[in-house]
Design a protein around this ligand. Structure first.
Ligand SMILES: Cc1cc2nc3c(=O)[nH]c(=O)nc-3n(C[C@H](O)[C@H](O)[C@H](O)COP(=O)(O)OP(=O)(O)OC[C@H]3O[C@@H](n4cnc5c(N)ncnc54)[C@H](O)[C@@H]3O)c2cc1C
Length: 495
């Protein structure tokens, strides 16, 4: 297993439970013990748990986006929002293995919903705990403003037919602790998986179209490990880079930087999607009063914004192509080392067109790739409308107690930052799809023994944050790969 992130931990546990001998090679630390505080994102400038990747947004601006580099991966450092993608999203996945019924059952099996487990479609015995935080006053006010503006109030964003509306965010949190796939899936089978932390895999070794192992570098120097099956779960950016550094990818791209081509797969690293996000900032009253003359400030002194939030994002509004994220506090209070700033409503384009790419910068397999993230016109329009909606909600009477005024200028640029919901760099598809990289069972087309189970293999951008879908999809993919391994073993025994 290459990569011990959200998908890698799920897959390693699934193979181990099926009796396979599993080694998990993770580039970052092999433990997530210090990262469970769901109110903080340990992704600041001095974090040792992240992989900084340069992203060129819209061809004009380079920004650094961090992905998790630690056991549990991005899911160990993320915002803990755990919302299922609507079943309609999966109409764009191969229907032989990813029909709506199969996916709905997949979501049910991965979770224990601590609040709503008794409802149809929810799980009570899956590994991942799901619960909803006590919402901060600002999130409560945002929810009231959205319903007053005509949006549906949803009591369960993970209901099968939830649709659009505003509601409390289901989180992979139990009692205030962020629970990553490392704790939920891997820890229960810890003795069955050999985890090697700080081990950066450089390439998959392939001989005559068949995987024979992987090679890389760790604290002791360069290593090579033999294996008859390699599962890639290094995240959307690094999985595509690994394939390319192994000679599997678009012929021209590989030749240009001097990598020998063993399999021309034009889809590797292309068609990459994300959820571009812009922010509308506002000044809460208790900060605003500090700028008023004392006698005026006294007269205006509002109820203090309470600090009762337990997750960074407790209420969201799904509104067609955009999601409005009412962050419960400013980013400097969520992420160490971020300069002080106003709290924001995030506006993300959720039906993003996947125009992006992962680009290797040199033939050195240890070099970090770059991401190109052009923003489609449709997404730009969605962001524009979403910003107008956010401004409207912030100005409504329901928010007056928690919002003094909007500080983002109407003329400010709408250029999104590096979005971190990247998917689709090794996408799933039929044999005759020239851009498909894996089949509907997640096996790499044209290489025996190689599979991809992380967010790279998504054939379309989900219209909700990807984490719940990553876990569900990795779980389902592992079941299929284990079943296929069993069938192959049975055939070998019969011979
Ligand atoms: C800061 C942040 C906040 C986010 N917030 C949310 C949220 O609140 N809700 C949501 O739905 N989604 C969120 N996401 C996205 C979500 O967390 C990811 O989509 C998901 O975790 C991706 O899972 P993955 O298994 O594909 O990759 P990852 O979880 O990123 O795992 C990849 C793993 O592979 C390892 N690796 C990489 N290269 C190598 C190599 N060469 N050799 C060995 N190991 C390697 C990495 O160190 C990492 O541990 C967020 C992402 C980030 C970064």
């Amino acid at each position: 297993m290459v990569g011990g992130g959200s998908a890698g931990c799920v897959a390693a546990a699934g193979f181990a439970r099926a009796g396979a001998s599993v080694m998990l090679l993770e580039a970052g630390p092999g433990s997530t013990a210090m990262l469970s505080d769901a109110r903080r994102l340990p992704i600041g400038p001095s974090s040792r748990y992240v992989d900084p990747i340069t992203t060129r947004v819209d061809g004009v601006r380079d920004v650094v986006g961090t992905r998790g580099r630690v056991l549990g991966g991005s899911g160990a450092v993320n915002g803990a929002y755990f919302v299922r993608a609507p079943l309609a999203d999966f109409a764009r996945w191969p229907q032989d293995r990813w029909s709506a019924d199969v996916v709905a059952e997949g979501f049910r099996r991965i979770e224990t919903d601590l609040d709503l487990g008794d409802r149809p479609g929810h799980g009570t015995d899956g590994p991942m705990p799901v619960s909803r935080a006590v919402v901060a006053p600002v999130a409560e006010a945002f929810r009231r403003a959205a319903t007053a503006a005509g949006h549906r109030d949803l009591d369960d964003l993970n209901a099968t037919d939830a649709g659009d509306g505003v509601g409390a965010v289901p989180s992979n949190v139990a009692g205030g602790r962020r629970v990553s796939a490392a704790e939920a899936f891997l820890a229960p089978v810890a003795g069955l998986v050999e985890v090697r932390g700080e081990a950066l895999v450089a390439r998959v070794d392939v001989v005559a179209g068949r995987v024979v192992g992987v090679s890389g570098r760790d604290a002791h120097g360069e290593f090579a490990v033999g294996a008859d099956r390699v599962i890639l779960a290094a995240g959307t950016v690094r999985t595509a880079a690994l394939l390319m550094h192994s000679g599997i990818g678009p012929r021209e791209t590989l030749r240009r930087i001097g990598i020998d081509v063993i399999l021309d797969r034009p889809g590797v690293g292309t068609g990459v999607g994300d959820h571009p996000e812009v922010a509308v900032a506002y000044r809460p009253p208790e900060v605003a009063v500090a700028y008023r003359p004392p006698e005026v400030a006294e007269a205006y002194r509002p109820r203090r914004v309470a600090e009762t939030w337990r997750t960074p994002l407790e209420v969201v509004l799904e509104a067609g192509p955009v999601e409005l994220r009412c962050y419960s506090t400013s980013f400097d209070r969520l992420i160490e080392g971020v300069p002080p700033g106003d709290p924001v409503i995030g506006v993300a384009a959720m039906v993003a067109e996947p125009l992006g790419s992962v680009v290797p910068v040199s033939a050195d397999p240890f070099s970090a790739p770059r991401v190109e993230h052009p923003v489609a016109d449709a997404d730009r329009r969605a962001l524009h409308d979403g910003v107008a909606l956010a401004r409207d909600l912030l100005g409504r009477p329901e928010m007056a107690e928690v919002v003094d005024h909007v500080t983002t200028d109407p003329g400010d640029s709408l250029l999104p930052g590096a979005a971190l919901h990247t998917v689709g760099s090794a996408r799933m598809g039929a044999d005759d799809d020239p851009l498909a990289v894996v089949d509907s069972s997640c096996r790499v087309l044209g290489v025996s023994g190689l599979a991809v189970v992380d967010a790279s293999m998504f054939p379309a951008v989900p219209t909700r944050g990807p984490h719940a879908t990553v876990i569900m999809a990795a779980h389902r993919a592992t079941e299929m790969l284990v079943a296929e391994a069993d069938r192959s073993a049975a055939v070998r025994r019969e011979r």
